[in-house]
Design a protein around this ligand. Structure first.
Ligand code: SAM
Length: 306
């Protein structure tokens, strides 16, 4: 059973299932259901046995009347709850990677390094049910932990984790001309590019993630001779403050930020309507001053046809 399969949403929780226990949007944790076990948190004690047979998404109660939600695991939620053994890729980058690498069910994807398996989890879902992700990390313990987690998330039939120095040795020759796409998250990705050239099918696409622009420049220099359509993206996330405020009376209850519409002269009938509307609060959005979100640059390139 693949717990990240979309059919999971339609079934009830069973003993042994992985669930994401949701307290708040910033407080979730993965738990394997065990009918003998309990979850204790600030809301009280929750018996796993009481969760079994309930649909995913259910609200469940503790002995003290506190509650949590039991969510079906998805790659999106996994990225939010996994244990960080390395820096990881987040969803804004992951979704761009999957789209621009043109990953669809049945694809063969090569990845290095595996790191904490955040990207790998989404890659696995994208190639399911018949494709495969071969992921490589030179750090034995990280590879072992990633393998264990793919067992837990039920993705082990879609992902193979290997220990290998990809910058030093390149990808194994058995994948020559078989990869639809290759993803690199390595400190010196340019060292792996000659091997990527040999791995990709004709027209195959690669992507390299690097936190610094100097790494990107060096990667692009190396890509130029064999690749085309070289493009680098930086995704910046911008948070918005959402406030409710009464509009239309010329002041906005102290909320700073733009008014949603321009004020204009109104006819008496409209003015009455507007003053009625002003009794209802409007929702306003204002970008937070500090723009956070740089994780790195994504460079995509397509193997040039000979
Ligand atoms: N993309 C991953 C994720 O979303 O969880 C994170 C990757 S992490 C930042 C980089 C990984 O590359 C580390 O686990 C590191 O051990 C591995 N690595 C570094 N140099 C390597 C090399 N030469 N060959 C293979 N793996 C390497």
């Amino acid at each position: 059973v693949n717990p990240m399969d979309k059919n999971t949403f339609r079934r009830c929780i069973r003993d042994g299932d992985l669930v994401i226990v949701y307290e708040r949007h910033d407080n979730m944790k993965p738990i394997k259901v065990n009918k003998e076990s309990e979850l204790q948190n600030r809301f009280g004690v929750f018996k796993h046995a009481e969760w079994i047979g309930k649909p995913f998404g259910s609200k469940v109660f503790s002995n003290r009347g506190g509650f949590v939600y039991l969510l079906a695991p998805t790659p999106e939620l996994w990225t939010l709850v996994l244990s960080h053994r390395t820096q990881i890729l987040y969803l804004a980058d992951i979704s761009l990677v999957i789209m621009y690498l043109e990953i669809v069910p049945g694809c063969l994807v090569l990845e290095s390094g595996t790191g904490s398996g955040s990207l790998t989890t989404s890659l696995a879902r994208a190639v399911a049910p018949v494709g495969h992700v071969y992921t490589f990390d030179f750090h034995e313990q990280r590879a072992t932990s990633a393998r264990e987690e793919f067992e837990l998330t039920g993705l082990s039939s879609l992902v193979t984790v290997n220990v290998r120095d990809i910058q030093g040795e390149g990808f194994p020759s058995e994948f020559c001309r078989r990869a639809d796409s290759v993803f690199l998250d390595l400190p010196q990705p340019w060292l792996a590019i000659p091997s990527v050239v040999n791995m990709l099918k004709q027209d195959g696409v690669m992507c390299s993630f690097s936190p610094c622009i100097e790494q990107v420049q060096r990667t692009c220099e190396t890509l130029k001779s064999k690749f085309t359509d070289i493009r680098t993206f930086e995704i910046l996330l911008r948070a918005y403050e959402i406030r409710e405020a009464r509009m239309g009376s010329g002041h906005n209850n102290g909320a700073s930020g733009p008014l949603p519409c321009k004020r204009r002269q109104l006819s008496p009938g409209e003015a009455t309507k507007e003053s009625q509307e002003s009794l209802h609060p409007s929702v306003m959005a204002k970008p937070c001053s500090e723009a956070k979100g740089h994780t790195g640059y994504l460079t995509f390139a397509r193997l040039r046809c000979n």
